[in-house]
Design a protein. Structure first.
Length: 196
């Protein structure tokens, strides 16, 4: 527990020192919450599985979030928190936001995703919106930091062989934008551990 608290404090300080450059990317503005929680002294990362009925990235592993709505969302963080509440039922007041990660661009759907790392309580009475989310699951950070969990694979997408980096755990495949966001977070955590 003490190690998790210290790690989160270091991560908060590191994220505060970073200056994401979202305005350098062009595309549809969106935001996601990268939810962490502590269980039995270990930190876990929470993921959702998108509904098959959605128009983009159907059935894929994702972080809760979505498109920024001007006039409704006061900020990109507000987008991430609103969407997280709509999708999995986490009250924004229950999220301890640590800070933003570097935005990423999705080539296939032209979204600029702005990730925000936040700590949520555990256990939590999640309420999934079945129109958007078919399931949620978590992976311990220790598992994600294990090099054996990451794989470099060749996938056939739209008739072309494409190199894809994935995290595979308990039957779940984390890839695409979600894998890239996860890798960014893991790089920061690895840097914290090497300087501790």
């Amino acid at each position: 527990m003490i190690e998790a608290v210290r790690l989160l404090a270091r991560l908060r300080a590191l994220l505060a020192a970073e200056a994401p450059q979202a305005d350098l990317l062009s595309g549809t503005a969106s935001a996601v919450l990268v939810p962490l929680f502590e269980q039995e002294g270990a930190l876990h990362l929470l993921y959702s599985k998108r509904s098959e009925a959605l128009p983009h990235h159907r059935g894929q592993v994702a972080f809760p979030g979505g498109r920024h709505v001007t006039g409704i969302d006061a900020s990109l963080l507000a987008t991430a928190l609103r969407e997280t509440e709509e999708e999995i039922g986490v009250d924004p007041r229950h999220v301890d936001v640590l800070g933003p990660l570097t935005p990423i661009h999705t080539l296939s759907s032209n979204f600029v995703i702005n990730p925000f790392v936040g700590v949520i309580p555990h256990p939590y009475p999640f309420r999934l919106d079945p129109r958007e989310v078919s399931a949620i699951f978590s992976v311990p950070l220790a598992v994600l930091l294990d090099p054996a969990t990451m794989a470099e694979e060749q996938w056939i997408l739209e008739g072309h062989a494409v190199p894809i980096e994935t995290y595979r755990h308990a039957g779940h495949v984390i890839w695409g934008a979600t894998q890239r966001i996860t890798a960014t977070l893991l790089d920061l955590l690895a840097a914290i551990r090497t300087t501790s």
